[in-house]
Design a protein around this ligand. Sequence first.
Ligand code: C5P
Length: 248
Amino acid sequence: MSVVAVVPAAGSGQRLGAGEPKAFVPVGGVPMLVRAVDGLLASGVVDHVVVAAPAELVDRAGELLRGRPVTVLAGGADRTASVLCALGALHGVGDPNGVHTGDERPGPPVGDGSAVEVVLVHDAARPLTPPALVMAVVEAVRAGHRAVIPVLPVADTIKRVDEDGDVVATVDRSVLRAVQTPQGFAPELLLRAHRAAAAAGAAATDDAGLVEALGETVHAVPGDPAAMKVTTPWDHRLADHLVNDAVA
Ligand code: C5P
């Protein structure tokens, strides 16, 4: 029974403003997409990766990831749609015409999602995610949690603010968690959540949110600061420094 990771990498990267889609922007000289995929594979528990790339960059992503057990296909208009496109390849419900980079490891069981034991969804925008975190999420799913998310405590005080910029309330941060990826799921549950969202025209900023909408339990495990998401130029500088520190 295999573990397949879906990597949404079809974002435009507008907030990063690097002039190209974010997944292709280098961190420490290596495109974020490549770092994210290599981190998943370095865990030793991921058998295959399905990448959702911007339509015009599917071939380029395939070239960057050559030699790895990866399928690249075109993503959708938002993150939720991109993940659903990739799940289509996994379960044979969509068009699996992608670029297959080929490798000695087995490909995704297209047309037979039942052979997949765990599906991970992991943002390309989290290039420095430690392989140990990938392992921990897979372990938690294998232990019986059907939806697993890595989380971190929130350090800042959090306030709700209205449209005039006035504070409405201070939220109790002790019960809040910042959510990362990879998120891990029983394949049937993730696909059901995405199909329900697609039918309702709903989108979410993470996949666990779609599972919550079904009324199903999502289990949290400790995250890792290194799994930070690169969104702004500041995040990018920080990620670059972290890589340079690590090799210094
Ligand atoms: O925009 P944000 O940083 O929240 O995106 C999270 C991840 O979702 C990124 O890896 C991005 O490439 C991906 N994404 C996608 N398809 C979209 C929009 C975002 O795969 N249409």
